[in-house]
Design a protein around this ligand. Structure first.
Ligand code: AVJ
Length: 338
């Protein structure tokens, strides 16, 4: 009986990370009573935040999307063929968002095998809906099965058919949002949700080097001239005003970027420009800010080449294949579950 239901139903939810807070209210209460104050980056992605992120990916300073796309444009057919290993490929994507770059990978898979079953997972329902509509219109060979979920909390993968294997896309440097130890347990958890022979395609933004990518290149990507990233960062406050009846005044907070060399990460903060008290009605709570105090809203880790290999291997994946752009700013890894 167990075998029968396993063929029909998704597997038990696989918790990749043990994140304790389940609601926005809980998360915000915990984050704003902590010291230093912090809010998690998943709060960025309501409808407006997802749109703002799409605009970020088109900015001249935000090289990540452009370079990763150029790697896919050159190497997607090889990536998909290696992942398929002669079988039919099922494409799963965690943190899919609007799934724009994914189209290059899906097109390569469709060229190889015709019909492709595509399973994007994201916290943003609106982004998934848009992605599905667009795919249906423009790529009829792609059959889209979106799933609204926080993949760090409950990743349920429906079982594959015989002769089918998965490639899980974890691209766009999404892994950079997690602390290194979280990233490791995420990959281990993901490995547990997979079958042997499935693979992961991981897109990773690389650390600055003495002769190539500079710290200025990195900070510019997170502090663009048009101010879109600032708006993206502040959208978190807009969201708390709307969803939790808070009274954040956007002009009294500033978008701040820091390169943290010791941790090899870009940090994004919202800095209070004045001493102030914020009221959050839905939490029946006041929050005091001193001038210069920040809310830490995001980490974006930048990895060195060897670190990613190690992390994949200790999570139960085999030695990965790797692709990079000419200048070595961004890397894509493909590793098979062993
Ligand atoms: C979606 C996590 C890859 O860290 O570069 C872009 C989010 N934040 N600009 C990143 C982001 C500010 C982005 N990731």
């Amino acid at each position: 009986m167990a075998t029968l239901s396993a063929e029909i139903l998704p597997s038990d939810p696989c918790v990749l990370l043990d994140t304790s807070c389940t609601t926005i209210a809980e998360t915000v209460r915990e984050g704003l009573t902590a010291s230093p104050k912090t809010l998690p980056p998943w709060l960025f992605y309501d409808r407006d935040g997802s749109d703002l992120f799409d605009r970020i990916t088109q900015l001249p300073e935000y090289y990540l999307t452009r370079i990763e796309r150029s790697i896919f444009a050159a190497d997607a057919p090889e990536m998909m063929a290696l992942a398929a290993c002669g079988e039919k490929l099922r494409v799963v994507e965690i943190g899919a968002g609007s799934a724009d770059k994914t189209r290059l990978l899906l097109a390569a898979a469709a060229d190889m095998q015709g019909r492709v079953s595509y399973h994007p997972v994201d916290v943003s329902e609106s982004a998934l809906e848009e992605a599905k509509e667009r795919l249906q219109r423009e790529m009829p060979e792609i059959h889209c099965h979106p799933q609204v979920a926080d993949y760090t909390r409950d990743l349920r993968l429906t079982p594959c058919f015989d002769g089918e294997r998965r490639v899980v896309l974890f691209i766009g440097s999404s892994i950079g949002n997690f602390l290194p130890e979280e990233a490791s347990s995420l990959l281990r958890g993901l490995r547990l949700a997979l079958d042997r022979g499935d693979s992961i395609l991981l897109g990773v933004d690389l650390a600055p080097t003495a002769d190539g990518k500079s710290i200025a290149n990195l900070t510019a990507a997170y502090d663009d001239g048009a101010g879109v990233t600032a708006q993206f960062n502040k959208n978190m406050l807009v969201r708390l005003n709307r969803e939790l009846d808070a009274d954040f005044d956007l002009d009294s907070f500033a978008h701040r970027i820091r390169w943290n060399e010791d941790e090899s990460r870009i940090e994004m903060h919202l800095e209070s420009l004045i001493d102030q008290r914020i009221r959050i009605d839905a939490l029946d709570m006041n929050v005091e800010f001193a001038a210069g105090e920040t809310i830490h809203t995001e980490n974006s880790y930048k990895y060195r080449i060897g670190e990613v290999e190690k992390m994949l291997q200790s999570a139960g994946f085999g030695h990965p294949q790797r692709w990079r752009d000419e200048d070595g700013w961004f890397a894509v890894y493909l590793a098979q579950a062993e």
